[in-house]
Design a protein around this ligand. Structure first.
Ligand code: ADP
Ligand code: ASP
Ligand code: MG
Length: 409
C-alpha cells in the first residue's frame, strides 16, 4: 500500500459538483488501502475575489490582514471536501494550516515553511482517516496566519510529502501534465512524459505557473517524487519530474518555452558610472525584501550610464517609490522611468549546454516577426528575452514552432 499526498487546484474544486468528483477519486484510492493526505486550494476565482475585496477597502492592503482574509478560501474547500468524503462514508478530517501547525516565517503574503507538526496527521492516518489540509497557508511563531504566495498550495503539498515521507506527491490540475508550453496559448503543445527536475525548476522560475517555484525547489531539496496529473481524466500517466538525467539518451536541446507577464521594468537614467553604483541602487530594493530579476547596465557616455532592472509587478509601485525617494537624490540620477507592459519569454532545455546558436536562432525568429527585444538574459539552460507584452503570445507561438516542439501526429 502506498502513501500519497494529493493536491487539487482551484479549478478542480471550482464547484460543489467538482468537489464531489474529487471526493470520489480520493475515496477510490482510500478504498484500495492507500494512506492519503489531500491538500486543496480555494475554489477557482475565490482568492482573486478576496484580494479585490481587500483593495476596495485599503489601497495597499495590510499584509497581515490580507493573510487573515485570503486564507479563508482554502478553509471553505477543506471543509467541503471533508463533508463530501463523509457523504461517501469515508472517514475524513480537515485542518487549516495553523491547526496542523505548518510553521512559517513571518513574511506575510510570501511566507516560507519552516516546520510541520506531524502528530495529529499521523494519528488520523493510523485511524484510517483521509486527512485534508488547507493549501497556501501556515502560521508564524506569534500565531499570525501567513500565506505562501500565489499558487502556494503546491508547496503545501510537497512540504507535507517531504515531512511525512510520502511515496509520491501528486499534483492534480486542469491539464494532464507538463507541456512544452502552456497548452492554452499554443494548442499544438506536447505533453512530456518526464521532465528533469532542473528543467522544471527553470520553467517554474521563468513563469510556468503549472507548479509554484517553491514547490519545485522543495521537491528538489528533499527528493520528493512529484507528478502532475489531470483531475478530470480517470487515467493517464501525467508528467513525472525526474532527478536522474538519462545519460544514454540524448537530451532534447529545448524542452519548453516559458513566459511571464508578472514583471515590470524600471530604468534609472543618467547614473554616475562608478564602482558601487549597482549596490547603491539595488541594496535598498533588496532590503525591502523585493526580488530583482533581470538587470542591464549600459555602456557609459561621459561617465553616465542607464541602469535597468525588472521586479514583480506587485512590487512595482513600492520599488519606484524607493528609487525616487531614497536613491535618485542620493546618487544624483537624472530620472527614473518604468512600466509594466512587458513580458518575459524564455526557451529552456538542459541539452542547450552543448549546442551553440540557440540564442541567435531565438533572436532571428523574433526579428522575422518584427518583435523588438528589450532585455536579454542567458544561462547554461535558458535564454530569456523581455518584449512588449502585446507580442508575448506571438513570440511564444513562433518560438515553439521554430524549435520543433509541436505534437507529432
Ligand atoms: P491549479 O489551480 O490546479 O493549481 P494552475 O492554474 O495553477 O492550476 O496551473 C495549471 C495551468 O498551468 C494550466 O491550466 C495551464 O494553463 C498552465 N500552464 C502554464 N505552463 C504550462 C505548461 N508548460 N504545461 C502545462 N500547463 C501549463
Ligand atoms: N488559492 C491560492 C491562489 O490562488 C493558492 C493556490 O491556488 O495554490 O494563489
Ligand atoms: Mg496552481
Amino acid at each position: 500500500m502506498a502513501f500519497y499526498v494529493q493536491k487539487y487546484g482551484g479549478t478542480s474544486v471550482g464547484s460543489t459538483e467538482r468537489v464531489r468528483n474529487v471526493a470520489r477519486r480520493v475515496a477510490k484510492f482510500h478504498a484500495q488501502g492507500h494512506r492519503i493526505i489531500v491538500v486543496v486550494s480555494a475554489m477557482s476565482g475565490e482568492t482573486n475575489r478576496l484580494i479585490a475585496l481587500a483593495r476596495e477597502v485599503q489601497n495597499n492592503p495590510d499584509p497581515r490582514e490580507m493573510d487573515v482574509m485570503v486564507s479563508t478560501g482554502e478553509q471553505v474547500s477543506i471543509a467541503l471536501l471533508s463533508m463530501a468524503l463523509m457523504a461517501l462514508k469515508v472517514k475524513a478530517k480537515s485542518y487549516t494550516g495553523a491547526q496542523v501547525r505548518i510553521l512559517t516565517d513571518c513574511a506575510h503574503t510570501k511566507a516560507r515553511i519552516l516546520n510541520i507538526d506531524q502528530d495529529k496527521i499521523r494519528t488520523d492516518l493510523d485511524n484510517g482517516h483521509v486527512v485534508i489540509v488547507a493549501g497556501f497557508q501556515g502560521v508564524d511563531q506569534h500565531g499570525n496566519i501567513t500565506t505562501l504566495g500565489r499558487g502556494g498550495s503546491d508547496t503545501t503539498g510537497v512540504a507535507l510529502a517531504a515531512a511525512l515521507k510520502a511515496d509520491e506527491c501528486q499534483i492534480y490540475t486542469d491539464v494532464d501534465g507538463i507541456y512544452t508550453t502552456d497548452p492554452r496559448v499554443v494548442p499544438e503543445a506536447r505533453r512530456l512524459d518526464r521532465i528533469t527536475f532542473e528543467e522544471m525548476l527553470e520553467m517554474a522560475s521563468l513563469g510556468s505557473k503549472v507548479l509554484q517555484l517553491r514547490a519545485v525547489e522543495f521537491a528538489g531539496k528533499y527528493k520528493v517524487k512529484l507528478r502532475v496529473l489531470s483531475s478530470f481524466e480517470e487515467e493517464g500517466p501525467g508528467t513525472l519530474i525526474t532527478f536522474e538525467e538519462n545519460e544514454h539518451m540524448e537530451q532534447p536541446v529545448i524542452s519548453g518555452i516559458a513566459f511571464n507577464r508578472d514583471e515590470a521594468k524600471i530604468t534609472v537614467l543618467g547614473v554616475p558610472d562608478h564602482p558601487g553604483i549597482a549596490y547603491q541602487i539595488l541594496g535598498p530594493v533588496a532590503d525591502a525584501n523585493i526580488d530583482v530579476d533581470m538587470i542591464i547596465q549600459n555602456v557609459s557616455h561621459d561617465d553616465l550610464t542607464d541602469f535597468s532592472f525588472t521586479v514583480h509587478r506587485n512590487d512595482f509601485n513600492n520599488t519606484m517609490n524607493i528609487i525616487r525617494e531614497k536613491i535618485q537624490p542620493h546618487i544624483g540620477a537624472r530620472d527614473v522611468i518604468g512600466g509594466d507592459r512587458i513580458a518575459k519569454v524564455s526557451v529552456v532545455g538542459v541539452g542547450m549546454r552543448s549546442h551553440a546558436g540557440i540564442a541567435s536562432k531565438m533572436f532571428r525568429v523574433l526579428a522575422e516577426e518584427g518583435i523588438n527585444i528589450q532585455m536579454i538574459a542567458t544561462s547554461e539552460i535558458k535564454v530569456s528575452v523581455v518584449v512588449d507584452e502585446k507580442y508575448m503570445e506571438l513570440a511564444v507561438r513562433v518560438l515553439h514552432k521554430a524549435f520543433d516542439l509541436e505534437q507529432v501526429l
